[in-house]
Design a protein around this ligand. Structure first.
Ligand code: ATP
Length: 288
C-alpha cells in the first residue's frame, strides 16, 4: 500500500515538458491538483489538455521535470502500483471485439490481482458497485458493440470506478451523452468517494469542452493555452470574460446561475452584439 501524505496535493508537476517527436507541446509546466474534489481542464482544441493527461498517466514520458502523486515522486513506481493509484478514461477508448460490459469492467480489477490469482470477493464487489453507480447493471451481459454511444461511455466509466484508484482522470467523459445524462454524470463525479478513505472525496481531473458543465462541477478550473496554465482557480475566478477571450478567443457574457450560483457563460457572436436584445423570432418578425 502506498503511504499518502494528507497535506500534499493529489498531483504535483514541476518543470514538466511533454511532446511528440520533435514537437514540444507542454514546456516546463508547474501544476498542483488539489486533493479531493474535481479539477477541470479547459482550453481550445490543440491547447495540450490530452497531452497533459497522457503525461499524468505516464503514457507519455516526461521529457523533463517531475511528477508526484499523493506526495510521492512517481519515477520509481511499477505500472501496477501506478494503476492502483491513478485511473484513466481515455478520449476514444477501444475494447476488444465481442467483449461484454461486465468483462470490460472486470478489467479495472487487473492491477489488484496477484499473478495467477482469480477473482476475489472484493473484485466482485467493486465490479457490482461500479455497474450500479453508472446505471449499467441491466446491460452487464450485453456486448459493447450492442450499446449506444452514451451507454458505452458509461461502461468505460464503470471500468475506471472498478479500478478503485483514489485519482481518476477523465478525458471528455460527456462527449456521447445527452444533456440529462451529462448532468447525471457530473453529479456522479461530484459525489465519488475516495476508495481508500470513503470519508473524503476522490480526486477527479476531467477535460471538458462544455464550459457551463465545467462551471457546475468543478472545484478547481485550470485553463490551458499553448501548453501552459493561462489561469486557474474557482469557476468564478477563471470563467470570466478576459480569460475566455485570451484562452478561446471567445466574446462572452458571464452571469451567475440564479439557482446554483456558479458562472454561466453566454457566447456572443459579432451579429449578437449588433442586434442586442432582439431574439431570432423578433428579428424574423421585424424583417417580415
Ligand atoms: N500523437 C501525436 N503526435 C504528434 N502531435 C500530436 C499528437 N497528439 C497530439 N499532437 C499535437 O499536440 C498538440 C496538443 O494536442 P492535444 O491533443 O493535447 O490537444 P487538446 O487540448 O487535448 O485538444 P482537443 O481539445 O482538440 O482534444 C496539437 O498541436 C496536436 O496536433
Amino acid at each position: 500500500m502506498i503511504p499518502s501524505d494528507p497535506s500534499a496535493p493529489a498531483i504535483r508537476l514541476r518543470g514538466v515538458s511533454l511532446g511528440y517527436d520533435d514537437a514540444l507541446v507542454v514546456d516546463e509546466l508547474d501544476l498542483d491538483v488539489p486533493l479531493g474534489g474535481t479539477t477541470v481542464l479547459i482550453g481550445a482544441n490543440g491547447s495540450g489538455k490530452t497531452t497533459l493527461l497522457r503525461g499524468l498517466t505516464r503514457q507519455l514520458p516526461l521529457r523533463s521535470g517531475s511528477m508526484s502523486v499523493l506526495g510521492r515522486d512517481t519515477a520509481g513506481w511499477s505500472p501496477r502500483e501506478f494503476a492502483r493509484t491513478v485511473a484513466l478514461l481515455p478520449q476514444a477508448p477501444v475494447a476488444p471485439e465481442g467483449m461484454t460490459v461486465e468483462q470490460l469492467v472486470d478489467r479495472g480489477r487487473h492491477p489488484h490481482r496477484r499473478l495467477l490469482g482469480g477473482r476475489r470477493a472484493d473484485d466482485t464487489e467493486a465490479v457490482a458497485g461500479a455497474l450500479e453507480r453508472t446505471g449499467m447493471v441491466e446491460f452487464a451481459e450485453r456486448r459493447l458493440s450492442e450499446l449506444s454511444g452514451g451507454q458505452r461511455q458509461r461502461a468505460w466509466l464503470a471500468l475506471v470506478l472498478a479500478q478503485s484508484a483514489p485519482v481518476m482522470l477523465l478525458d471528455e467523459p460527456t462527449s456521447y451523452l445527452d444533456l440529462a445524462h451529462q448532468l447525471d454524470l457530473m453529479d456522479l463525479v461530484r459525489d465519488l468517494p475516495d476508495p481508500r478513505d470513503p470519508s473524503r472525496r476522490a480526486t477527479v481531473v476531467m477535460v471538458l469542452h462544455e464550459l457551463n458543465l465545467a462551471a457546475r462541477v468543478a472545484d478547481h478550473v485550470v485553463a490551458v493555452h499553448g501548453g501552459r496554465v493561462a489561469a486557474q482557480g474557482t469557476p468564478s475566478q477563471v470563467l470570466v470574460p478576459e480569460v475566455l477571450a485570451d484562452v478561446f478567443g471567445l466574446d462572452a457574457d458571464v452571469t451567475p446561475d440564479p439557482l446554483l450560483g456558479h458562472p454561466v457563460v453566454m457566447p456572443r457572436s459579432v451579429a449578437d452584439r449588433r442586434t442586442g436584445r432582439i431574439t431570432p423570432l423578433e428579428r424574423a418578425a421585424s424583417a417580415g
